[in-house]
Design a protein around this ligand. Structure first.
Ligand SMILES: [Zn+2]
Length: 231
């Protein structure tokens, strides 16, 4: 039987959670505006829809659904914004893969606004899975991407695990995988390296720009406005 004080503690805890999440929503609403958005610094994918007159870069953002590791819809809609240098690199990698007969790239995540990082952290304050928003991650700077490769039928290549599977199997150093999976991971790694993006060991899908580290971005895109109207 639950004692009265246990109910009280439960109720206080619920209230705290509610306050934290309302605060986050207010912060996100505040930043969902043109303030701080400098169109000279940011490019949107697939603004490059017509690259090569072929398939545009596929967006498959689980964070714009509830089907992700925090079971929460973090983005109102999927949009891939990146610092312009990084966007150019991704487009080059996409073309490179298409020239080799693949469908191209599929993006799982690109720029992640700092207020969204804050929301993620409030739900899962565990640095093994989520970057502490105080430090900011390369996604918050607009220089990191989560991605995979599609075959020429638009099907993702077998990378051995799903995106965001936080297990040793997702590590580049984990080699007990089929030769096909190892070949696919290596293709992604060499393609990204050739355009200036570096891998991290623990997530086969994550790549970050090797160049300069710009500051963390706080602006949040408005689903109803095109990039041109966000100025
Ligand atoms: Zn990532």
């Amino acid at each position: 039987m639950m004692k009265r004080w246990q109910y009280a503690i439960g109720a206080i805890w619920l209230c705290l959670l509610l306050i934290i999440s309302t605060d986050n929503e207010n912060a996100i609403a505040k930043y969902r505006s043109q303030s701080q958005f400098n169109p000279l610094e940011w490019t949107e994918l697939p603004a490059a829809k017509k690259v090569d007159n072929s398939r545009s870069i596929d967006l498959n953002f689980t964070y714009a659904t509830t089907n992700n590791f925090v079971n929460t819809k973090l983005y109102s809609c999927p949009r891939c914004f990146l610092r312009t240098d990084v966007a150019t690199a991704i487009q080059a990698a996409h073309r490179q893969l298409q020239q080799q007969g693949y469908g191209g790239l599929r993006m799982f995540d690109c720029y992640r606004p700092q207020p969204i990082q804050q929301k993620m952290w409030a739900i899962k304050p565990d640095e093994r899975y989520v970057a502490n928003p105080k430090k900011g991650s390369d996604h918050n700077r607009g220089i990191a991407v989560d991605l995979t490769i599609l075959d020429n039928h638009g099907k993702p290549l077998d990378m051995g695990t799903a995106f965001d599977e936080f297990s040793p199997k997702s590590h580049h150093t984990y080699l007990e995988l089929s030769p096909e999976v190892l070949k696919n991971r290596s293709l992604l790694k060499t393609t990204m390296a050739s355009v200036g993006l570096r891998h991290i060991n623990t997530e086969w899908w994550h790549y970050a720009w090797k160049g300069n580290k710009p500051p963390v971005g706080k602006w949040v895109w408005d689903c109803n406005r095109s990039r041109e109207n966000m100025m």
